[in-house]
Design a protein around this ligand. Structure first.
Ligand SMILES: Cc1cc2nc3c(=O)[nH]c(=O)nc-3n(C[C@H](O)[C@H](O)[C@H](O)COP(=O)(O)OP(=O)(O)OC[C@H]3O[C@@H](n4cnc5c(N)ncnc54)[C@H](O)[C@@H]3O)c2cc1C
Length: 547
């Protein structure tokens, strides 16, 4: 029960449910999709992007909020930092304790490296932990990595770097086996066969899931594996990296860290540095709510950029079509794509199925925005939205399916009195994923020597649109690749001579800022959001707080 006028609006959906269930909306043609994206996708709103005036991607566009971060001042004056007091020494420094960082740490440790893993909150406080729907891999007889390649490359608008897409799909089956062997409890049939389902834009059923808390199960397993290796992996929680340190040859050789509780700075020195800092949802581009965890503030992109690393597709974001749009307590929280894979359809206020539910994310997000802008959205006090008709799921698959297959979704709504087995839910796009990031090659190298990047902080794997289930796959495949690569590299690299460690690139960046006439006092990386984004009530109390 909504307990307000939304109950009346939901009745229109209920009245047409039988008819809508039988009706299958045609897939859009390529031209129709292009047209929809051009007119309604947030990435196409030119005024929300600005040109980078400095740095490796000078002349290219980025979201205005990211441009500001990439061109901001460092969090400290480089001259005031004493790099000779090294607090941590390791072979490999991993920055970020999500899926990519933990996978990298495990594989580097397998190769005999001493690893330091620093992370902003606690290890596992990450987008990986929040993932719901599943992880893709072509490991069924009717499927193949080649088929997976076509889906991922096409779904990414043919913009992905072929060598990265190739690595992603070919390593996928072995990565599922690795996770399974480590102890991830994937959904299986009684004879032990992995259950696989469809996701948006996939031509075969290749989504492996752990109900609808796939990421939590994968993260739990990876975190345990890291914590079980105390002799080779040291974890330092509540510690963020804020700047890369280089040696006299311009190679990465450590990072300046900040203790998130005390604000004290620390110096870490390493032979290889791996950035695995994840995404940027908490930047709230264009004022969108987000599905991301609090630490997702694009820090890796900022640090890498100041160190001279090139970005790729920094102007391409993923707005997941189905963020919760009601009630306000869960605004922007993810309603997993699995809900649509199980048969729930997207329906406008007139009770019309206006699109196929498994179009790619960018297309479905644009479709919802169109319905709302053109007056076919459902008015609701939190956020105008469309319906996602969840009761269809049990009409298709039988009673009990929702509690069995998507219990986290049921729990998220029932807390507010909405029983998704009986009532449809309201959804609107939520800022979910950064498609782009730091440009890497297939072994995770950037253009800065000894600086590797893996996971959501990297760019090129998914082109300009990621398919469901390919990110969990990406973070484990490329997290592992980064760890394996660092494991091969470290014995051939000497720890930097402390007296030659420097922040000259940060000083040079400051000069570039000056020369370009950028003289604001904004500092980066952002580390945590300042709440709340655009909330007028909050602004009344603390003007500017949402900036
Ligand atoms: C709600 C939700 C559901 C999702 N569902 C799916 C799904 O079903 N399937 C799928 O494939 N993908 C899904 N995704 C996407 C996927 O989960 C993420 O893209 C992926 O897990 C990112 O992994 P990562 O290791 O790159 O980053 P994260 O897992 O976010 O880890 C990054 C880590 O770096 C830390 N960090 C950040 N900045 C710093 C810094 N300056 N210093 C130190 N540490 C730092 C963070 O605190 C965090 O611990 C989902 C995402 C969300 C948010």
């Amino acid at each position: 029960m909504y307990g307000n006028e939304l109950d009346e609006a939901a009745k229109i959906v209920a009245a047409k449910r039988d008819e809508n269930l039988k009706f299958e909306h045609a897939r859009l043609t390529a031209d129709e999709k292009d047209d929809l994206l051009k007119k309604f996708h947030p990435d196409r709103i030119a005024s929300q992007f600005s040109e980078l005036k400095i740095g490796p991607n000078k002349g290219q566009k980025a979201p205005v909020e990211l441009t500001q971060m990439l061109q901001a001042k460092p969090r400290f004056e480089p001259e005031q930092i004493d790099l000779t007091h090294v607090d941590y020494e390791s072979d490999v420094l991993v920055i970020g304790g999500g899926g990519a960082g933990t996978s990298a740490a495990i594989m580097a440790s397998e190769a005999g490296a001493k690893v330091l893993l620093v992370t902003k909150l606690r290890v596992g406080d990450a987008n990986t932990m929040m993932a719901e729907g599943g992880i893709q891999a072509a490991d069924k007889p009717n499927d193949s990595p080649a088929q997976h390649y076509l889906d991922a490359f096409g779904g990414g608008h043919f913009d992905g770097k072929p060598e990265l897409v190739y690595t992603l799909v070919n390593k996928a089956p072995s990565v599922i086996k690795w996770l399974n062997d480590l102890g991830v409890e994937f959904d299986k049939t009684e004879d032990g066969t992995m259950v696989t389902t469809h996701g948006g834009g996939t031509s075969r059923k290749r989504m492996h899931a752990c109900k609808d808390y796939s990421g939590a199960e994968i993260m739990r397993t990876l975190r345990d594996e890291v914590l079980n290796r105390p002799d080779s992996i040291t974890v330092v929680d509540f510690t963020s990296a804020i700047e890369i340190i280089k040696n006299e040859k311009g190679e990465a050789c450590g990072a300046v860290l900040i203790n998130m509780e005390t604000g004290e700075l620390r110096i870490a020195k390493a032979k290889v540095v791996i950035i695995a800092t994840g995404g940027a949802g908490r930047m709230h581009y264009q004022g969108f709510p987000t599905s991301n965890h609090y630490g997702a503030t694009a820090d890796g992109l900022v640090m890498a950029y100041r160190a001279g690393a090139k970005l790729l597709y920094q102007d391409s974001l993923q707005y997941h079509p189905t963020g919760a749009a009601y009630p306000s307590q869960i605004l922007g929280k993810l309603v997993t794509e699995k809900v649509r894979s199980l048969g729930a359809k997207l329906i406008n206020k007139d009770g019309t199925v206006y699109i196929h539910p498994l179009e790619t994310r960018d297309v479905n997000a644009s479709g919802i925005i169109r319905e709302v802008k053109e007056g076919r959205g459902v008015d609701n006090p939190v956020q105008p939205a469309v319906w996602l008709d969840t009761p269809m799921i049990e009409m298709i698959h039988g009673e009990g399916t929702i509690l069995k297959s998507i219990p986290a979704m049921y729990n998220m709504f029932i807390k507010y009195g909405i029983d998704i087995r009986k009532e449809p839910i309201l959804v609107y796009p939520t800022l979910h994923y950064q498609n782009g990031g730091v440009e890497i090659d297939k072994t995770c190298h950037t253009n800065v020597a000894n600086l590797l990047v893996a996971g959501e902080a990297s760019g090129g794997v998914h082109g300009t649109n990621r398919l469901m289930g390919n990110s969990l796959l990406d973070v484990v495949v490329f997290g592992r690749e980064a760890g394996i690569e660092a494991g091969k590299m470290f014995s051939g690299i000497k720890l930097a001579d402390t007296s030659k460690m420097n922040l000259d690139h940060v000083k040079a960046f400051e000069k570039e800022r000056e020369a370009a006439g950028i003289n604001d006092d904004v500092v980066s990386p952002k580390l945590l959001p300042r709440y709340t984004h655009g909330n007028p009530e909050f602004e009344k109390v603390i003007p500017g707080a949402s900036k």
